[in-house]
Design a binder for this molecule. Sequence first.
Ligand code: COA
Length: 177
Amino acid sequence: MGHEDDIGIGVVRDVGEGFTAELAELWYRVSVAGGSVGFGTHVERAAVDPVAAHIAAEVAAGRTTLLAARRDGRLVGTVRLEPGPEPVVRHRAMLKLLMVDPDFQRSGLGRRLVDAAVAAAADAGIEQLYLSARSRTGLEEYYSRLGWREVGRFPGAIRVADGDDRDEVWYFRPAVT
Ligand SMILES: CC(C)(COP(=O)(O)OP(=O)(O)OC[C@H]1O[C@@H](n2cnc3c(N)ncnc32)[C@H](O)[C@@H]1OP(=O)(O)O)[C@@H](O)C(=O)NCCC(=O)NCCS
């Protein structure tokens, strides 16, 4: 178990090739451990690389804000803000890619990342935040406890594995700290 006191959180500005690889590695480790971040537990390591490269390109283009948690230089957590793309939705952003390295989970880092993302959104003039999570993972209770309100649910919208469909649950909160 890591010590969250030693972990700094900051906005990612430099996304060289090294960053894509470390993002992919973290993403893979979290997925294999059962995390709800776009893949099932049987994901191949190589399948994560292009998705991580896409996020790095989005960061480089300024289309998304990525916050990274590091301990002794090592990437141990992320959270991402995706602002509404059209004029009528620019006052809101979607919170995505909240993940903490399995070695560092359950020591308060997830909450710190969410708090940092909410603060970054408020600083950027964003008024509303939303996110989606898969059901029956414990995440429903997690986000409710952090002050998010369930606003909808798509039944069976996430196929975690053959025969294991989960609801996609949508949450909302104002971007005020
Ligand atoms: C969800 C996640 C970001 C939370 O971060 P964290 O640092 O582990 O959580 P925190 O330390 O802030 O909060 C811990 C508390 O939240 C709850 N909690 C956290 N993750 C939980 C989970 N998967 N299921 C149930 N409760 C959970 C527990 O109550 C826990 O307290 P406890 O240890 O006393 O039981 C992290 O577990 C993670 O990366 N999970 C895999 C990726 C993922 O599913 N992300 C969500 C995408 S929508």
